[in-house]
Every structure is written in structure tokens, then in C-alpha cells.
Design a protein around this ligand. Structure first.
Ligand SMILES: Cc1cc2nc3c(=O)[nH]c(=O)nc-3n(C[C@H](O)[C@H](O)[C@H](O)COP(=O)(O)OP(=O)(O)OC[C@H]3O[C@@H](n4cnc5c(N)ncnc54)[C@H](O)[C@@H]3O)c2cc1C
Length: 376
């Protein structure tokens, strides 16, 4: 275990905000995990489990506690199976989950299933590259999402029609409450849009050690997500293998999303808005674009922000990304207060015009309130 002191959170997170963390512990072996949490308990300090910091924001005062990072690497291929599972682990009978081939001649993922166990310190996009190189389908649309594999199930990462919930079979965790090692299955994790128990009911309870994915040789069924289909028709693309879709998704993302190594951001700063059937009818009657997908009725929050007049605006040092208004790019802000001011301006104006409250996607590293004897 590597122990570091007084490390700026701005250097550990892609939004590049935040003062010093008192300790940063880097875990290189599962045996070190109890010691890391024991270290924090000994000094009576709070803990925060961090990955690559692509969905986490620091505060100016820093963190008077212990940040613990999974640095364990490795991908292992588990047993192969010859079943015809088609890449949707969300339950239902195998027949119900199998999708029909499209009329454009695409083949379904029909080859052998391959499980891979990935240690949580692997960089997520390296995992996608690994799978695509082996012609395994199931995560190719999740190409180029910055972050570590251990964080991927936390908010159920998703993009271009895939979510990690579609292929995640189980995770190995350390339970910070009971001090035990456990395996949680897909069904234990309660996945939904940008949610799992890891960021809701059991938030901060588990340290993810590894994830096991169930992938399959072959390719994604058509129709693909609408922006992938648009790219294909604009560029006459014909390669829909995992490598081909990875190349398409990478090109789409490079065109509209900032590379965190070049521009500071947390990706989508706000979540999309999910509506009930009745709410979606009202929204459509007002002329708002509502997408009806397998995950429900959705309004793209980027559309609301753009139509509210924020596109390309510089707010308190944050540029509203002109190509994807959900993304705030930290051009010159140095303080969390700047972010809070920009966030408030956007949320209030969108609410005033459209009546929807935008919800922030990234989590924050916050000091717990100081205990004052006799006061709290
Ligand atoms: C440019 C850009 C584009 C993005 N695009 C997308 C996208 O298309 N789709 C999408 O879903 N997200 C996207 N994101 C958000 C981000 O990439 C994902 O949320 C990613 O999973 C974050 O990984 P991380 O390692 O950086 O997590 P961190 O930000 O370090 O942590 C995120 C959360 O996970 C917890 N966590 C981290 N590691 C562990 C662990 N080992 N055990 C337990 N809890 C842990 C943290 O406590 C925190 O609550 C984007 C971000 C950026 C900057």
C-alpha cells in the first residue's frame, strides 16, 4: 500500500478543483484493503474511495480524511460457454432477451460467451479495447469513457445504447461496514439509469475490488443508437464488429466531448430527465423532444441547457460545451464557488423556462460536519 500525504484533490480529479486531501492510500493487493480502512479508523478520519476522478469534484478546503484508490490491475479470462446469450443481463427469459436480426443483414452476437474478470484499477477504456480486440461484443459502445473499471458499476456507466448493467455479472467487494470480502451479483446491484446500490442505498459501503463481465463473440444487433446510425450513414461505414463500433463511437466522442487530459471537465455535469408516460405526453404536447427507449422516456438535458441560451457561454470560468451542452469545461475557474455559481445559474434558468430541475451527475468529496461537544 502506498501512503501519500497532502495531495491536492485537483490533481486527482478531471474537473481539477479541490484543495489537499490529508492522506491518499493506493491499494495494490486485496490484503491491503482492511489495513487502509483500519488506518482511517485508527486516526478517526472519514474515507472516500476514488478512482480516476472523472466523476468526482473536490472542494476548496480539501478533505480532512483518507482517500483510498484501487490500483490493482489485471484482466483474466474465465470459462467460456457456448450458450447464445445476447448481451442483456437484465433478467427475463433467454428467448425474451434475444433480439431479431435487422433487415439490413446484421448478425447477432451468436458466438461463445466469454467472461472476463477485471481488477478495479484497470483503466476502463483499456478493458473495452481488450474486449474489442478479441471480437467480444457488449461494451464497445462504452469506448472512451474516462475512469477506472472499479467505478464503472457505481453509476452504471452508459453511452450510445449500452450500459455496464447489460454485461456485468458480478463484482468482488470489501464491505467497509462488516469488514468482510463479498461477491455481489448483477441482481444485488439494483441497476437503473446512472444508478446502482453503490451510489444510492449502499453508498460508501463497498470498495469494489474487481468486476466480472459476460461478453460474447459477435457484434451488436441493429438498429444501433441513433447517433451511431447517423455516423454510419454520413460516412458510409460498413464495419460493425466490436472494433468497428469502437472506432465509430471514438470518432463521435472525439468530435463533441473534451479529452480530460486536455480540457478539465467531469463529462456530463447534469443527468438527463426521465419522465413518466403521462409527463412525456405533456412534454411532447409542448414540443419538447422526448426519446422513448428501453430505459424509459427521456429529455436530453443538454437540449434544455442549449435552448435556455447557455451554449458556448462562459459562466464563472466554466464554458458550456458548444457541441454537448451537458458538459461544463473548466477553462479558468479555480474555486468550487465558481462551479456552484455556474450550476445555480443553469439550474434556475432551465427551471424557470421549462419547469424541470436539473440534477448534478458528479459526486463531491465533502468533509463531514465537525462535531462540537454539546452542540451537535
Ligand atoms: C469527458 C468525460 C466523458 C464522460 N462520459 C461518460 C459517459 O459517456 N457515460 C458515463 O456513464 N459517464 C461518463 N463520464 C463520467 C465518468 O467517466 C464515469 O462516471 C466513470 O465511471 C468514472 O470513473 P472514475 O474512476 O473516474 O470514478 P471516480 O470519479 O473516481 O468515482 C466516481 C464514484 O465511484 C466511486 N468509486 C470509484 N472507485 C470505486 C471503487 N473501487 N469502489 C467503490 N466505489 C468507487 C467513488 O467513490 C465515486 O462515488 C464522463 C466523464 C468525463 C470527464
Amino acid at each position: 500500500m502506498r501512503v501519500n500525504e497532502n495531495i491536492l484533490i485537483s490533481s486527482l480529479t478531471t474537473m481539477r478543483l479541490g484543495g489537499p486531501a490529508r492522506y491518499v492510500l493506493e491499494i495494490e493487493r486485496p490484503e491491503d484493503i482492511p489495513d487502509a480502512f483500519g488506518f482511517a479508523a485508527t486516526y478517526n478520519l472519514p474515507t472516500f474511495v476514488l478512482g480516476y476522478g472523472a466523476n468526482t469534484i473536490g472542494h476548496d478546503e480539501g478533505f480532512n480524511g483518507v482517500i483510498i484508490i484501487n490500483r490493482m490491475r489485471g484482466i483474466t479470462e474465465l470459462s467460456q460457454e457456448n450458450d447464445t446469450w445476447t448481451g442483456d443481463a437484465n433478467g427475463g427469459s433467454p428467448d425474451a432477451r434475444r433480439r431479431e436480426p435487422s433487415t439490413v443483414g446484421e448478425t447477432l452476437a451468436a458466438g461463445p460467451v466469454q467472461r472476463i474478470k477485471v481488477m478495479g484499477g484497470e483503466y476502463w477504456d483499456d478493458v473495452v479495447a481488450y474486449a474489442c480486440e478479441r471480437n467480444l461484443t457488449g461494451i464497445e459502445a462504452l469506448s472512451k469513457i474516462p475512469g477506472l473499471a472499479g467505478a464503472a458499476p457505481v453509476q452504471n456507466i452508459g453511452a450510445y445504447g449500452q450500459e455496464i448493467a447489460d454485461t456485468l455479472e458480478s463484482i468482488e467487494v470489501y464491505d467497509i461496514v462488516s469488514h468482510t470480502f463479498k461477491t455481489l451479483t448483477h441482481d444485488d446491484l439494483g441497476f437503473s439509469y446512472r444508478k446502482s446500490i453503490l451510489n444510492t442505498t449502499e453508498k460508501n459501503r463497498y470498495f469494489v475490488i474487481s468486476i466480472t463481465l459476460k461478453l460474447q463473440t459477435g457484434q451488436m444487433p441493429r438498429p444501433f443508437y441513433r447517433s451511431i446510425e447517423k455516423y454510419i450513414s454520413d460516412h458510409n461505414s460498413t464495419n460493425f464488429t466490436p472494433q468497428g463500433i469502437r472506432a465509430i463511437v471514438s470518432a463521435i466522442r472525439a468530435d463533441k466531448l473534451p479529452d480530460p487530459l486536455e480540457k478539465a471537465s467531469s463529462g456530463s455535469f447534469f443527468k438527463n430527465i426521465y419522465l413518466t408516460e403521462a409527463e412525456s405526453e405533456i412534454a411532447e404536447a409542448k414540443g419538447y423532444p422526448v426519446y422513448h427507449g428501453k430505459d424509459g422516456h427521456k429529455i436530453n438535458s443538454g437540449w434544455l441547457i442549449e435552448k435556455a441560451g447557455f451554449s458556448d457561454k462562459l459562466l464563472h470560468g466554466f464554458r458550456v460545451n458548444p457541441k454537448a451542452a451537458l458538459v461544463l469545461i473548466n477553462e479558468s475557474a479555480k474555486s468550487y464557488q465558481d462551479l456552484a455559481a455556474a450550476r445555480e445559474e443553469i439550474i434556475n434558468k432551465v427551471y424557470d423556462i421549462y419547469g424541470y430541475w436539473l440534477e448534478q451527475e458528479p459526486v463531491e468529496i465533502i468533509n463531514p460536519p465537525v462535531k462540537i461537544p454539546g452542540v451537535n
